[in-house]
Design a protein around this ligand. Sequence first.
Ligand code: FMN
Length: 187
Amino acid sequence: MKDFASLIKERRSTRKFTSQLLNPDQVAAILKAGLMAPASKRKNPWQFVVVEDKEMLKKLSACKPHGAAFLEGCALAVVVLANVMESDVWIEDASIASIFMQLQAEDLGLGSCWCQIRNRQTEHEEDASQYIRGLLNIPYQLEVLSVIGFGYKEQPNKPFDESRLQWEKIHLGTYQLPEEKAEKDEV
Ligand SMILES: Cc1cc2nc3c(=O)[nH]c(=O)nc-3n(C[C@H](O)[C@H](O)[C@H](O)COP(=O)(O)O)c2cc1C
């Protein structure tokens, strides 16, 4: 088990996976992390579809022309849905559940990557969410936020390079415009 600081530093997007399958305990741990995610007013508007079937992974990878191809090579995809009728902040709730699962995967030494679905289109300009609804029998009140792909990393990730931290995005006390910040730094 990693300490939290290492976990967030070492979690990088993995898009190349080996062919090794995940075991049921690993899959359960990932799903538990999603189910333990906090949600506004504890409404838990999310639902998760677990996909391991190679044919279906391939179909999911065609949900948009860029940034989805990696899904074909993953061992597991979790399609993160949320009921838009149950919560007005379903995007936040489903996003938090998505990243919780990614962090759990990293803690297990597995790789993962987020595939954005909401507001994306297929190559035929069909709504990507609608395309996935059709593939997986998802009812209309459930929106597809993301598909998270998981698997064994083909190569270890490079940990986040802390020299790239954008400290200029931190504002102490009140928001400062970039020119105000520069002035302050000159003093
Ligand atoms: C909301 C969101 C949407 C993303 N969508 C995609 C995507 O559709 N395809 C993809 O390959 N990566 C996607 N990513 C991964 C980002 O590209 C990645 O997190 C970012 O480049 C930082 O790299 P890192 O995760 O390795 O630190 C997404 C990440 C987030 C948080």
